[in-house]
Design a protein around this ligand. Structure first.
Ligand code: ACO
Ligand code: ZN
Length: 164
C-alpha cells in the first residue's frame, strides 16, 4: 500500500529545495536559471511531490518540436522528461509514478504527441518505472553521459484525444 503524498506545481520559492534533491539524487545537475527558465516556459510540467509538507521529489520537463520516435518520422511535438528524482526516504511510495503521470497530464495541455526521456542503461529502477508507465526503448545513445555511460532513449505515444 502506498503512503500518502501530495503533488503540486513547482513555484519559484521551491527552487533551493529542488536543487538540493537534484544534487542528492543525480549526477546530472543544472543551474538555477535552467530550472527557472523551464518553469517560466512550461509551468504545467514542472511538478513537486510533498510528504508532510516537505518536498521530496520533482519532475522537470521541456516541450520540444523534433523528429517522431515512432512510425515514419516527421516533425512532432514532444514532451521531454528532463529530470525526475525522489529523495531516498520518499521512495517506493508511488511518488515517481505519480509525478510522471502528472507531468504527462501537463504535457497534454501543450498538445504533445509523444513523450520521451533518456536514462542510464544501468538504471534498472528508473527503466522499470518507465516501462511500467508504457514507455519503450526507442534508441541507445552511446556515450551520452559525461562519464561515458550509454543512455536509453525511452518514448511513449500520447494520442491526440488525451487518453492513455
Ligand atoms: N527496484 C525495482 N523497481 C523499482 C524500484 C526498486 N528499488 N523502485 C521503483 N521501482 C519501479 C517499480 O516498478 C515501481 O512500482 P511498484 O512500487 O508498484 O513496484 C515503480 O518503479 C514506481 O515506483 P515509485 O515508488 O513511483 O518510484 P520512486 O518514487 O521510488 O522513484 C526514482 C523512482 C525516481 C527512479 C527514484 O528511485 C530516484 O530518484 N532515483 C535516483 C534518480 C533517478 O534515477 N532518476 C531518474 C533518472 S532518468 C530521468 O531523470 C529522465
Ligand atoms: Zn533528456
Amino acid at each position: 500500500m502506498h503512503q500518502s503524498f501530495n503533488l503540486r506545481k513547482f513555484k519559484p520559492d521551491d527552487l533551493q529545495k529542488v536543487l538540493v534533491i537534484n544534487r542528492a539524487c543525480l549526477p546530472e545537475n543544472y543551474t538555477d536559471f535552467f530550472f527557472i527558465e523551464l518553469h517560466r516556459r512550461f509551468p504545467k510540467t514542472f511538478l513537486v511531490a510533498e510528504v508532510n509538507g516537505e518536498i521530496v521529489g520533482y519532475a522537470l520537463c521541456r516541450i520540444e518540436i523534433g523528429l517522431s520516435h515512432f512510425g515514419l518520422g516527421g516533425l512532432v511535438k514532444k514532451g521531454h522528461m528532463v529530470s525526475i528524482a525522489v529523495l531516498p526516504q520518499g521512495r517506493r511510495k508511488g511518488i515517481a509514478q505519480a509525478l510522471v503521470n502528472a507531468a504527462i497530464e501537463g504535457m497534454r495541455f501543450y498538445k504533445v504527441n509523444q513523450c520521451y526521456l533518456e536514462v542510464r542503461v544501468t538504471n534498472t529502477v528508473a527503466t522499470s518505472l518507465y516501462k511500467k508507465l508504457g514507455f519503450e526503448i526507442t534508441k541507445t545513445i552511446r556515450g551520452y553521459y559525461s562519464d561515458g555511460e550509454f543512455a536509453y532513449e525511452m518514448s511513449r505515444e500520447l494520442n491526440s484525444k488525451g487518453n492513455l
